[in-house]
Design a protein. Structure first.
Ligand code: ADP
Ligand code: MG
Length: 273
């Protein structure tokens, strides 16, 4: 009857910062959960060999046969590797320790920067997702490069600590280089301040510095340092499932609203261009 269910390709956000311990995985898991709570269909691709995002969703280590490594080397499709999480509407492509060799193996492969993008493009026509969030490892190596090439936009978590801005110029340069040579459409979705402690003057100073440096790119929402956020992964649950009322959960729900609002603006701009 001429009715077609047109599938819109998912928007892809890479969660990137080459520093470890700044809140990338926590943001990937909880932003994805909050977006799913906003009725979006979301996939998290765990691209860190440590597999913390997979663990954060309670995926057992031995349940990770078809993993992000298999997707990168073309042994599995995204549809084959995606598994359900306890959160309705949210799936994850888990990481296993196989991924730890990928950084080196990829060097030898054809289209080594494009492996994830090719998997995503192959998947796009039948994708059930509105958003794909990629949790990146703490480096700017080939895995992160694959994420930057596959992504529509980058989301950068920054920890509210003295060295927050250090290394950031390197990250910005990498994004520019990817934009010039590999992925001209790559945008910055935003910068999110994490582990904010309002009792600590340094947190406020860092937040002010980061806002001065990045302006409106920084989300108004700051993620507070909250013990519930750090406890939740040991139960294999996003904090929003573990304790919906805590300050960390409320912050991630507020962040999701900001991200989704920006997404509609970015989409409108892209349409106008
Ligand atoms: P990354 O992925 O960048 O290495 P993580 O998300 O794993 O960083 O966070 C590093 C550590 O800090 C983890 O132990 C995590 O539980 C903890 N953490 C992250 N965000 C918060 C927060 N808002 N409050 C308290 N602990 C946090
Ligand atoms: Mg991580």
């Amino acid at each position: 009857d001429g009715q077609t269910n047109q599938v819109v390709a998912p928007r892809i956000l890479a969660i990137v910062n080459q520093k470890g311990g700044v809140g990338k995985t926590t943001t990937a898991v909880n932003l994805a959960t909050a977006m799913a709570a906003c009725k979006k269909k979301v996939l998290v691709i765990d691209l860190d060999p440590q597999g913390n995002a997979s663990t954060g969703f309670g995926v057992p280590r031995k349940g990770r046969d078809a993993d992000s490594y298999a997707v990168l080397i073309g042994e599995a499709t995204i549809a084959e590797a995606a598994i359900e999480t306890p959160v309705p509407g949210l799936e994850v492509v888990p990481a296993s320790s196989d991924l730890s060799g990928a950084e080196i193996e990829l060097v030898e492969m054809d289209h080594r920067e494009f492996r994830l993008r090719e998997a995503v493009v192959r998947h796009a026509a039948t994708s059930p997702y509105d958003y794909i969030l990629i949790d990146c490892p703490p480096s700017l190596g080939l895995l992160t490069l694959n994420a930057l090439v596959a992504a529509d936009a980058v989301l950068v978590p920054l920890q509210c600590e003295f060295y927050a801005l250090e290394g950031l110029s390197q990250l910005v340069r990498t994004v520019e280089r990817v934009r010039k040579a590999l992925n001209p459409g790559l945008e910055i979705q935003g910068v999110v301040l994490t582990m904010y402690d309002r009792r600590n003057n340094l947190s406020d100073q860092v937040a002010a510095d980061v806002r001065e440096y990045f302006g409106d790119v920084v989300y108004r929402t700051m993620i507070p340092r909250n013990v519930r956020v750090s406890e939740a992964p040991s139960y294999g649950k996003p904090v929003i499932v573990y304790d919906m009322a805590c300050s960390g959960s409320r912050a991630y729900i507020s962040l999701a609203r900001e991200v989704l609002t920006r997404e509609s603006t970015l989409a409108a701009n892209a349409f106008a261009a």
